[in-house]
Design a protein around this ligand. Structure first.
Ligand code: PMP
Length: 355
């Protein structure tokens, strides 16, 4: 730390992204990316239309993309906000709606960026413990009089709550903003987007990074009431009005136009999720039921940290956290069948050595 850093940030613990090592060609099952490339039409759209126009700024309102999304989700353009990944969207949510008078609450085991934003903005915050079996109990969020952020399905557990439960939470906190982070909704979950038109305090956040194979393009979006979207936009124009670049906007429009390709990929991921869960079960692993493109799993014989290290030494990356409540567990992204077979083969090797 230099002597010039503002004291406000002296105690800030930054988010640590999943490793992206360059030293060898790992099988990457650690950051919940899609194993499938963008649809061919997406690559063509970027090449054909936009690369030659990179001398020009992108549309700061992202109108073409917002129109495409509005049509796809049956809402109006003014219900849609675009961000540079859903991480940026979360940043704007914490910045816009939370302060000393309006504290924020989120589950104690969830996406690691929530506490970082709470700390960045020095917000009073409550981490609501999960119940037995990492279950999120909706009652714990009803009428709490705080802004709320919930990932549904939750990460890293993969568990989800119903749209009815979300509606009860939103209804019972009418004077507070509720953000439902649906980063992983397209792998068998039920989206609460239909509620977004009904409640002025609900924002639903999605990303192009997982189901839509565009993690490198950095695009997230929120759907909510025009008033909430307007507030987010005010902050966006006060930080970076050109937050979505031209190539990403062109790629995203072509992505939405090729939904069938991504639906099919999601079906394959869900099949591979069952396949991997069953194979691990035969090896004695306990795996939580998941509605996401990852599983949360533990081995009774090899602790989470050791499994992570041994897999990494064999060229397979998974995610492990040292946090005591989840130190036994690893989160494994579901990739292609070939990737999952290599993962399982390495797990068998590790178990054999541990005998
Ligand atoms: N929310 C959750 C729950 C996540 O796991 C992630 C990805 N790590 C994000 C949001 C952010 O995704 P992105 O910024 O790539 O849209």
């Amino acid at each position: 730390m230099s002597r010039f850093l503002s004291q406000r940030f002296a105690g800030l613990e930054a988010y640590i992204p999943g490793e992206q090592p360059q030293d060898m060609n790992y099988i990457k099952l650690n950051t919940n990316e899609s194993p499938f490339p963008p649809a061919p039409a997406v690559q063509e759209a970027v090449n054909a239309a936009e690369i030659g126009r990179l001398n020009l700024y992108p549309d700061p309102e992202g109108r073409a993309l917002r129109e495409t999304l509005a049509k796809r989700y049956g809402v109006k353009m003014e219900n849609i906000f675009l961000a540079n990944g859903s991480d940026e969207l979360l940043n704007f949510f914490f910045m816009a709606f939370c302060d000393e008078e309006r504290p924020v609450a989120y589950p104690s085991i969830s996406y690691g960026f929530y506490p970082v934003y709470a700390s960045l903005y020095r917000l009073p915050h409550t981490e609501i413990p999960l119940r037995e079996g990492f279950r999120l109990e909706p009652e714990d969020y009803c009428g709490i009089g705080k802004n709320i952020v919930i990932a549904n399905p939750n990460a890293p557990t993969g568990q989800s709550i119903s749209v009815d439960d979300i509606e009860r939470i939103v209804q019972s906190n009418p004077d507070h903003a509720v953000m439902i982070d649906e980063a992983y909704i397209d792998f068998g979950g039920e989206s609460c987007l239909p509620l977004a038109g009904k409640y002025e305090n609900l924002l639903v956040c999605q990303t192009f990074s997982k189901f839509r194979s565009l993690a490198g393009g950095r695009l997230g979006f929120a759907i909510g009431s025009p008033a909430l979207i307007g507030d987010l936009d005010k902050l966006r124009y006060s930080t970076n009005s050109y937050n979505i670049n031209r190539l990403t906007m062109a790629a995203a429009i072509a992505t939405i136009e090729n939904d069938g390709y991504y639906e099919n990929n999601s079906r394959i991921i869900q099949e591979n999720r069952s396949y991997t869960t069953e194979a691990l079960g035969r090896l004695g692993f306990e795996t939580l039921p998941s509605r996401a493109n990852f599983i949360f799993t533990r081995c009774p014989r090899v602790d989470g940290g050791r499994l992570y290290r041994e897999l990494k030494a064999r060229g397979v990356l998974v995610r492990h956290w040292d946090k005591p409540e989840i130190a036994d567990w690893c989160r494994v992204t579901i990739g292609s069948r070939e990737q999952m077979d290599i993962f399982l083969e390495k797990v068998r090797e590790i178990l054999k050595e541990a005998e």
